[in-house]
Design a protein. Structure first.
Lengths: 296, 296
């Protein structure tokens, strides 16, 4: 495994990668799998990397805590950084190259260009983190141009981010397949997140209430509840944990991430909560069961 | 020369281009030169294509009248379309592939993603064509992802567009060298433009006044005039042609395209005029002569 910090070097490494060099046949076309991360790697990232490893000849992981996507300086400062452990983890999973640039390498001059995905970026996290998804779409566009990947892997835990990136890649014709992976959870249901390690021990015990709330809403929807009733079922679970402050809990269209008036297609139940100064998000997708033939 | 209308086919053609296929040596790395156009090709485009031909193994010209960058439906409708002549011209210049997609091929779904370049997109044409440079930056980002070029060629006649695209390519790390080429002019000085063919014969005779106005300002600057005096010199020339309505005439920083308070570096004198329902733009760059040692 090689660790690379400059754009020039990662391009050189990929242009002349062992996988690319080993092809003597004219049509040998080794594929590059790419897992963009902000480091503090956990088993959720591990699942992305394993999938990339299984599907590609060459695997690149980027580790870059992108400053432009943090709304609050404090949140950026507190974001966990565990580079040595991350590199060892990547090595153990058979990663070929880790791209870990500095902020100066990624933003050498005043950045004037921004990539914005309308509609999908609004609502949910978009309403509480102004400019967040614009910064995410922009840095992912940069990374896609730096790492000439064939496939890029993203977790479904960040459902709105995934929807933004998918639409961005499609609209701008990036020649990259976006591969989504199911959220990886702790045994008690808490979605894996780099932020989990910032939870105080007592808060860690309370944290699974977020997932339980989403499950309550999903259960209600499967049982034929209205959108409002499903939402109430989730909020009821959250209300049992006074230490947890709900930022939002919404049931949206699973593809557009936009508000629904009623449950008609696949929905995404998405929530953000605060627990002891740590922001946690999670979501569940639910396929609506047809209510045709139900008595009422 | 091949003519291609779908994204899938141009990718296939470039992945398996004769240039790319002929390389048996491991390190043979044929370069792709790309000239994005809106068709109605003239000698200005010809200069771009010749330069691309000289510098690359494979040359791609795109012909796409991008609807999103037109503010007025009428302007889009009246934009000249001369596909047969364009294809013959490309062939005569040794172009390998022409990519001529339909609007539906480029915009199959609702486009939600936009690429915006702040600052550089404002002022000059940006003020009179709302959303124009956002649409230009977005379609060029799409084309750069569709045609995996090593170099892309743009004319300096569209100075603000060139500045927007250069900054966009740098900020988003597109692995493409942007090559600018000097404006090609008719013998009487009129900058080559696809719109020139829409000029009535009498207006065509008046049109060189635009370039003469820019020259007057350049002459004034070289002679040590202030920014205001240089601008007045240009406006004085334009005032002699009542049929010509000045949309703007500005002297800006040649790199940022932003307004200047005084002349301190390389400047760009840029103007847009209307003549018989046709909008013409032109610009001249002038290196400011040091005024150190001048008597006043």
């Amino acid at each position: 495994m090689i660790t690379i910090s400059t754009i020039q070097d990662i391009r050189r490494a990929l242009g002349y990668s062992p996988a690319r060099q080993s092809g003597d046949q004219r049509n040998y076309d080794p594929k590059i799998g790419f897992v963009p991360t902000m480091g503090a790697l956990h088993e959720g990232h591990g699942a992305l990397i394993r999938r990339a490893r299984a599907e590609n000849q060459y695997v690149v992981v980027s580790i870059f805590v992108n400053p432009t996507q943090f709304h609050q300086a404090e949140d950026l400062e507190k974001y966990p950084r565990t580079m040595d452990t991350d590199l060892a983890y990547c090595q153990s999973l058979g990663v070929d190259a880790v791209f870990a640039p500095t902020a100066r390498e990624m933003y050498p001059d005043e950045l004037l260009t921004s990539v914005e995905v309308a509609k999908i970026s609004s609502g949910l996290c978009g309403d509480f983190r102004p400019g967040h998804f614009r910064a995410v779409a922009t840095v992912v566009a940069k990374l896609f141009n730096i790492v000439p990947a064939d496939r890029a892997y993203f977790g479904e835990k960040d459902a709105q981010q995934l929807a933004v990136i998918r639409k961005m890649a499609a609209d701008l014709n990036f020649p990259i397949e976006i591969v989504p992976l199911e959220t990886v959870r702790e045994p008690d249901g808490l979605a894996m997140s780099s932020r989990n390690q910032r939870l105080a021990p007592t808060d860690r015990l309370l944290a699974p209430a977020l997932y339980q709330a989403l499950q309550a809403a999903a259960h209600a929807i499967r049982g034929g509840s209205s959108l409002d009733m499903a939402k109430q079922a989730a909020l009821h679970v959250l209300a049992r944990v006074p230490a947890m402050r709900t930022e939002y809990l919404e049931i949206v269209d699973a593809h557009t991430m936009q508000p629904l008036k009623s449950i008609t297609s696949e929905v995404c139940i998405a929530a953000a909560v605060w627990l002891g100064g740590v922001r946690l998000i999670d979501n569940l997708r639910v396929q609506h069961m047809s209510r045709l033939g139900s008595p009422s």
